[in-house]
Design a protein around this ligand. Structure first.
Ligand code: NAP
Length: 346
């Protein structure tokens, strides 16, 4: 089978050659079922998350031994089942996530770790959902308990997790303020009916957000969703309401922000560090219920997944470039078979 192998740490955007840290193996061994309750999935789509890029660079918190097959969330079709499998049969559409290994034609998972992709869901879109949408759903719904009428401020709002937070915020009935860089991203977010979109390339975001809050007679931001960190996060703290919730999601800017504890005390802020993957170990039911709910929202059209870039495995360096160069609006995917032209509804 086809598999993308990371042989050394380095920049995965380099053209695939001897100097690249990644290469495509065309005769990688097909994984065998590992237990009576395991399932082999023929992968149709796997998404790129910023963490996949950081992991190959050697800058992610989890550092697997070399060589490894990167890749985390995926969708596909069941092609083999163990003798004890009860939930799935050959031909079923499924999606899931894994620590490693989805940048390959096939993967083996335990049936308890797979989700059924409901009728009406685009199979490629389902491969983009677990991590990005799962992180935002657990953060906004489970941790910050975002409710209708609250003000949600999303940084990096056109990125993978950011765009999912915007959509989930709207489903929750929140007033959503989105921050993104550049006209294309801003126009895209406006087309989704976001309450206010601020272009971060035009200087400080504070004045435009304050003006909006004043006009709508709102006191401040109730929930800050921050996958970016750095200067933007620091500025955003000035917009927060009394008893605001801060979701610390990631540091795409490369800079970990400092949140002063004295101000958190005076303003009664709650700061949530959120590592979505760790729910799999500590509270798997929360994570499973969350992904199942998101798939039902996808089937009902409450959320839609925008795939701005789609590549084959042998174009993986281009896929990583789209992430590195901040070109992605929503998700970047690697697809297999004849799915390249498949797009979800906007
Ligand atoms: N906590 C968790 O469990 C969890 C789960 C998933 C992801 N994450 C983290 O969330 C962050 C975003 O992940 P993602 O998959 O959504 O990535 P992504 O699709 O590449 O989006 C990142 C966004 O960050 C913004 N950004 C600002 N400064 C940047 C910089 N210097 N370099 C790159 N992007 C910059 C970009 O928006 P503009 O160009 O519009 O500024 C971009 O849209 C990453 O740090 C990732 O590790 C955390």
């Amino acid at each position: 089978m086809e598999a993308l192998v990371c042989k050394k740490l380095g920049d995965p955007t380099l053209p695939l050659s001897d100097s690249s840290p990644i290469f495509v193996s065309n005769d990688h061994p097909i994984p065998n079922l590992t237990s009576p309750t395991s399932v082999r999935v023929q992968i149709k789509a796997t998404s790129l998350n910023y963490a996949n890029f950081l992991q190959i660079l050697g800058k992610y918190q989890e550092k697997p031994p070399l060589p490894f097959i990167p890749g985390s969330d995926y969708s596909g079709v069941v092609e083999a089942v163990g003798t004890g499998v009860t939930k799935f049969k050959i031909g079923d559409f499924v999606c899931s996530f894994t620590a490693l290994g989805s940048f390959a034609g096939k993967i083996v998972a335990e049936e308890k770790d797979l989700f059924c992709v409901p009728d009406g869901c685009d199979l490629v879109a389902a491969g983009a959902l677990p991590i990005a949408y799962g992180t935002s759903h657990v953060g906004l719904v489970h941790r910050a308990r975002l409710s209708a009428g609250q003000v949600l401020l999303v940084l990096g709002a056109a990125g993978g997790v950011g765009l999912s937070a915007v959509q989930i915020g709207k489903v929750c009935g929140a007033i959503v303020i989105a921050v993104a860089r550049g006209t294309e991203k801003v126009n895209f977010l406006k087309s989704l009916g976001v309450d206010l979109v601020v272009d971060s390339s035009e200087g400080s975001i504070i004045e435009s957000v304050k003006k909006f809050l004043r006009a709508r007679k709102l006191k401040g931001v109730d929930v800050l969703y921050d996958p970016v960190g750095g200067k933007l996060a620091k500025e955003s703290l000035k917009l927060l309401n009394w008893a605001a919730n801060i979701l610390v999601i990631g540091f795409a800017s490369g800079e970990v922000p400092v949140i002063p504890a004295n101000i958190a005390l005076v303003k009664n802020w709650t700061i949530h560090g959120l590592f979505w993957g760790s729910y799999k170990i500590h509270q798997p039911k929360v994570l499973e219920d969350s992904v199942a709910e998101l798939l039902s929202w996808l089937a009902k059209g409450l959320i839609t997944i925008n795939i701005s870039h789609s590549y084959t495995l042998s174009e993986a360096n281009l896929a990583f470039s789209a992430i590195k160069e901040r070109k992605a609006i929503g998700k970047v995917m690697i697809t297999f078979g004849d799915n390249r032209e498949t797009r979800s509804r906007l």
